[in-house]
Design a protein around this ligand. Structure first.
Ligand code: ZN
Length: 259
């Protein structure tokens, strides 16, 4: 059998880790060009465990590093389990609670045989979905489109305001809306920013935090102390905002009900 250099494989591989009588799976990703980086472990809000390792790191060293953090990983997985126990899938019916910019609105479904196209509008405290054949699928589709449209507007407005304050950027970078399961946003090494439309459910301050995080990556393409220094300088309270946002991730990043 030929030994495969893990760094040559581009797809994340899945491995298992045993800790006492418990076990979990994790995805291993190699970071190309980061030979000196340390092994980092992330527990995503959907319970996926991700391990980032520097290019060329040996599998036994990586497995040992994960083993060392197993207690911490299991604690996070347990916390997620407790939080998600109380959230339920939507039925897409009148009366359900919807989040927008951190506020709750009531979903109101109005069957209307005169309107073949299903529309979605925010009127007063209601998110009104109106149209012919308002099936759960069609309601969900209209609401999703509504969130995307709001996200386009809100993110652009907040990006414009924020880039004015930052010395390294005078105009908003190119950005695009992409639905992601585990991330609020991302920034490529070329400076293209991706933002999750679900983020429009979070309060404006939390949206600003995610935008600032990605904008700081235009100046610092990593999570170095210089990067966190920039965040501290332009949003000193970012840690509390991030903690609150991550605590709501199961609800905000999905179509689940807030309670
Ligand atoms: Zn980042």
């Amino acid at each position: 059998m030929t030994a495969v250099d893990p760094a040559q494989e581009d797809k994340p591989k899945e491995y298992g880790c045993q800790y006492g009588d418990r076990a979990f799976r994790y995805h291993l990703c190699y970071l190309p060009g980061h030979k000196k980086a340390s092994i980092k472990v992330y527990v995503h809000p959907n319970s996926q465990v991700q391990v980032d390792a520097p290019e060329g790191a040996g599998l036994p060293a990586i497995k040992a590093a994960v083993q060392c953090r197993a207690r911490w990983i299991l604690k996070h997985l347990d916390d997620i389990e407790v939080r998600t126990r109380y959230v339920h899938p939507r039925q897409w019916v009148s009366g359900e609670s919807m989040l927008y910019l951190g506020r709750r609105y009531v979903l109101k479904v109005i069957p209307d045989p005169e309107k073949p196209r299903v529309t979605c509008k925010l009127i007063g405290g209601q998110l009104r979905v109106q149209g012919e054949k308002v099936s759960p699928e069609r309601i969900q589709k209209a609401v999703r489109q509504w969130y995307r449209d709001q996200a386009e507007d809100v993110f652009q407005r907040r990006l414009d305001l924020m880039t004015e304050r930052l010395p390294w950027t005078k105009t908003a970078p190119p950005w695009r809306i992409v639905e992601m399961q585990t991330q609020w946003g991302s920034c490529s090494p070329e400076g293209a920013v991706l933002l999750n439309p679900h983020l429009a459910k979070a309060p404006t301050r939390a949206i600003d935090y995610v935008l600032l995080h990605e904008l700081c990556h235009l100046e610092e393409h990593n999570h170095s102390s210089r990067f966190y220094g920039l965040l501290d300088r332009f949003m000193p309270e970012w840690r509390a905002i991030k903690e609150h946002l991550d605590g709501q991730a199961e609800v905000v990043l999905s179509d689940r009900k807030p309670d």
